[in-house]
Write a protein of this length. Structure first.
Length: 121
């Protein structure tokens, strides 16, 4: 019998997995779960000279499409608004980009896809 885990717990676990994955590739965490009116940023990281706004998407199977496909144009617009608010609160002259970490959960090992510069604002 499978254990039922809340969506919030699943999201937190996926974000933690993505964070560890990115840190192992040299990125540094600046902020996690930045919330503002109209949006949320899962992870905000530094990759060399870039400030990176990371959207984490996770699914247990690809029946309804792969996780990265769920970052729709509307979702992208919300991410851009949240990033704009973040930069208003914490001004930076660093170049910025939007990345997506898509996690397809499997029974043993999750498949992680890191899409750098996934869309333009």
């Amino acid at each position: 019998r499978p254990v039922l885990i809340s969506r919030v717990a699943q999201g937190t676990a996926a974000e933690t997995l993505a964070l560890r994955y990115l840190e192992a590739r040299g990125l540094l965490l600046e902020a996690r779960n930045f919330r503002c009116r109209g949006g949320e940023l899962d992870l905000i990281m530094r990759d060399g000279e870039h400030l990176v706004f990371v959207e984490v998407r996770s699914r247990h199977d690809a029946r309804y499409g792969v996780p990265a496909e769920s970052v729709t144009r509307t979702k992208q617009q919300r991410l851009v608004r949240a990033a704009t608010r973040y930069l208003q609160c914490r001004p930076s002259d660093q170049p910025c980009r939007f990345d997506v970490v898509a996690i397809l959960q499997s029974e043993d090992t999750p498949h992680i896809e890191w899409i750098q510069d996934a869309f333009q604002s």
